[in-house]
Design a protein around this ligand. Sequence first.
Ligand SMILES: [Fe+2]
Ligand SMILES: [Fe+2]
Length: 341
Amino acid sequence: MANHPKIAHTTEFPPETEQPNVFPLSWHKGTEKMEEVYEASRREVWDPAALPWDTFDVESYSWEEREAMAYWWTLLSVFDASAPPVFASAMIKSYEAHEEDAVRRCFFSVTQDEQNHEHMCGLAITKLLGYDDPLTYEPKTELGMKAQRNAKWLYFNGGRYWEGYKQAVPKYSLAVLFSSFLMGEIAAATIFHQMAEGAREPVFQDAFKNIGRDEGRHMAICMTLMERDYPKLDLTDRDTITKQVRAGYLFLSAVLFEPPTDFWDLPDDFIEVQRACEAVARDAGFHIPDYETKKENWRQAILNLKGVLDRYDIPFPAIPEVGIDGKEITDIEMEDIIPVF
Ligand SMILES: [Fe+2]
Ligand SMILES: [Fe+2]
């Protein structure tokens, strides 16, 4: 500022501010549906700390059960704990792009929701383990030890996508980013509704019900923007979207299905350990859908997305793992990942 020569005494009006400037000084309206989703987000605000934690008697579970349930929350955290910075970056981008007023607010609401989800993961893990860090926690059982090793590998893998994401945000249009986000939102909405229905503990029933509802709103935000922007989509963007959908499948499978081993860098017994943890958690009344149910969910979510992309003639990638054919996409690295939930 100090180096800026003062000009106000030489001219009546200031020169035009160079665009794009990070802050728009306008509140233009456009997509009515965005207002509705934003209003719903205000009505449906919830607080993870205010759930009925006093009804959850963690001591009534064995250490193996506690560690198995904490493992699932840790697995979820690998995705949900990166969501606040990911959506905060997208929110900044919506300001840089001088998006509609309601679009900026919607992105703010997603950022807040995702931080809520991350907060919930932290509360659940801390309660279950009696400790606030699943990676440095001292496991009490054999299964807990193996689960922690799994968690360390998940964290290592997940940690590799942030640098790539930071480069992707300025490079791609919001329209491309939405297609990646939508993949996560569709699948997340389904799995959380199922987990809410099956959960035995009221605190988890409520958490999953709220998280599922949030994800449904996120899905609506992505869909609304796609409907607005896809009819005028650039041809080069189409290829990027096809690739991102395949990337989304590979990345999100780790939590929604099982991690594809040619993409995730994991030890040989990883899936065996994860299945063992899931079985213990399930028997303890923590409802994780079984292999076939997860596979069917994932397939349906992908088909939903395919239905959307088909409308705009965007080629769909082959996902033979769940029986969907399409364009063959290879050579995807962690650094190419955009999807979150
Ligand atoms: Fe989400
Ligand atoms: Fe989330």
